[in-house]
Design a protein around this ligand. Structure first.
Ligand code: CMC
Length: 427
């Protein structure tokens, strides 16, 4: 809060509005529009909400110009290096790093919720064999609200907390079942002796007939991937969760809305789109030069997937971490990795290209995450599911924060109406 105001004058009517200026702990200030309509008769027009602050939040800070990403104040590179995904979950949910005993209690609580009701397994089995795992995920997360009636009072902080724990715990189980149904593999039960990430890997890849050998390199790569995708402030899917939840919708329905929003190629679907693009380039025999020329051609809808970001206009700090991880992982794996070589060439060519430099289009986190997931044997149609699993904690943290915000109201944007003026029905 500041004592500063901005005075807006309508030159035609002479009406003025005193707009309060608000400031957070970091980042640019905001103009409060609370009284704008009352004082001037105008709303604001901001397609894509790029200039609109929709809430106050203490969870994540991003400075897109400087390439900074902080969760509860901690830089993403430090969390990726020193923390674990479950610890980051605690941090996002509760606002502080846990001490040892808090972490153990949290971890045990999550473990008590890793199983799903047997009917959820039947529910997933009911999908067509060739259903996209994201289609199964969006349906199943929504369906959770029909199983856990005991904790759906959104006004009760304890209920909100139990729902958050359930979602964090069950997402790996559900995500793996979406994959295994697709492949015709039996569903594995969670193994609570394993870490969060190791448990997910066994849910995905173990078979009942033999022991499953964990790969520490794969587990480490996945742990970092999950940390990098855990939250990202008011992106499309998080804003969708807040908007859906603002009507009082239950947490499972609200998170299902977030999963749906994440599905699109401009958001969570980008890592799948990156691999599709790289494979298409490889198979068509197109060169890097012709690919870049297509991306720059305004008459061609083709865009370079994995490049550009709505907020990061310098570099994506997550991309820097993940690029390094990508090198380490691929060095550890045997054999030639032609897609990665192609990705590196494409990255280098764009960094040297005036069009991309001028528009500040740098590789984003998804440019590399697809390559890592592929190296971990995660099938391509599971990429966005992996993102959804990681982001669930971010979504539910924002949903919980919204419900404890005294200023929270139902979300309801306005419009500029461009349709017909009033007319009478004929006859
Ligand atoms: N390839 C070629 N040109 C591009 C690209 C691209 N990937 N991205 C933006 N541009 C151009 C765009 O044509 C425009 O050019 P001009 O100024 O000449 O009209 C300029 O750059 C600005 O683009 P914009 O569409 O106004 O930027 P935006 O902030 O609305 O869009 C974006 C951001 C991420 C949707 C977009 O960059 C894009 O479509 N990227 C590819 C998809 C992708 O990788 N998405 C993952 C985002 S990161 C994951 C996440 O956080 O969800």
């Amino acid at each position: 809060m500041t004592n500063k105001t901005l005075t807006l004058t309508d030159n035609d009517s002479g009406k003025t509005a005193e707009l309060e200026l608000l400031e957070g702990t970091h980042g640019p200030g905001c103009i409060s529009l609370k009284n704008l309509y009352k004082d001037t008769g105008y709303f604001t027009y901001d397609p894509g909400y790029g200039m609109t602050g929709s809430c106050k939040s203490a969870i994540t800070f991003i400075d897109g110009e400087e390439g900074i990403l902080l969760h509860r104040g901690y830089p993403i590179d430090q969390l990726a290096e020193k923390s674990s995904y479950l610890e980051v979950c605690y941090l996002l949910l509760y606002g502080k790093l846990p001490d040892k005993s808090e972490f153990n209690t949290f971890s045990d609580t999550i473990k008590t919720h890793t199983m799903v009701h047997e009917n959820i397994r039947d529910f997933i089995s009911g999908f067509r064999y060739d259903a996209h795992p994201m289609a199964m995920l969006v349906g199943t997360v929504g369906a959770l609200s029909s199983f856990y009636h005991d904790s759906l009072d959104i006004n009760d902080p304890k209920h909100r907390e139990i729902s958050a724990h359930r979602l964090i715990a069950k997402l790996p189980t559900i995500a793996s079942y979406c994959y295994r149904h697709h492949r015709g593999l039996p569903f594995m039960y969670p193994d609570n002796n394993l870490s969060y990430v190791e448990n997910f890997l066994q849910l995905m890849f173990a078979v009942p007939a033999q022991d499953y050998q964990q790969s520490p390199v794969a587990a480490k790569a996945l742990e970092v991937m999950l940390i990098l995708h855990a939250d990202h402030e008011q992106n499309a899917s998080t804003s969708t969760v807040r908007l859906a939840g603002s009507s009082g919708a239950n947490p499972f329905a609200s998170i299902a809305a977030g999963v749906a929003s994440l599905w699109g190629p401009a958001h969570g679907g980008a890592n799948e789109a990156v691999i599709n693009m790289l494979e298409a380039i490889e198979q068509s025999g197109e060169t890097i030069e012709t690919t870049i020329a297509r991306a720059k051609d305004k008459n061609d809808p083709f865009r370079l997937m994995g490049f550009g970001h709505r907020v990061y206009k310098n570099f994506d700090p997550r991309a820097q971490i993940i690029a390094k991880l990508c090198h380490e992982l691929l060095d550890d794996l045997e054999g030639d990795q032609p897609l990665f070589t192609l990705a590196r060439e494409l990255e280098e060519a764009t960094l040297a290209d005036e069009y991309f430099r001028e528009r500040k289009l740098y590789p984003n986190v998804d440019f590399y995450s697809g390559i890592i997931l592929r190296a971990l044997d995660i099938p391509m149609n599971m990429f966005t599911v992996m993102f959804a699993m990681a982001r669930t904690v971010g979504w539910i943290s924002h949903w919980s924060e919204m419900h404890s915000d005294p200023e929270f109201r139902i979300g309801r944007p306005r419009q500029i109406y461009t349709g017909h003026s009033r007319r009478d029905y004929p006859g």
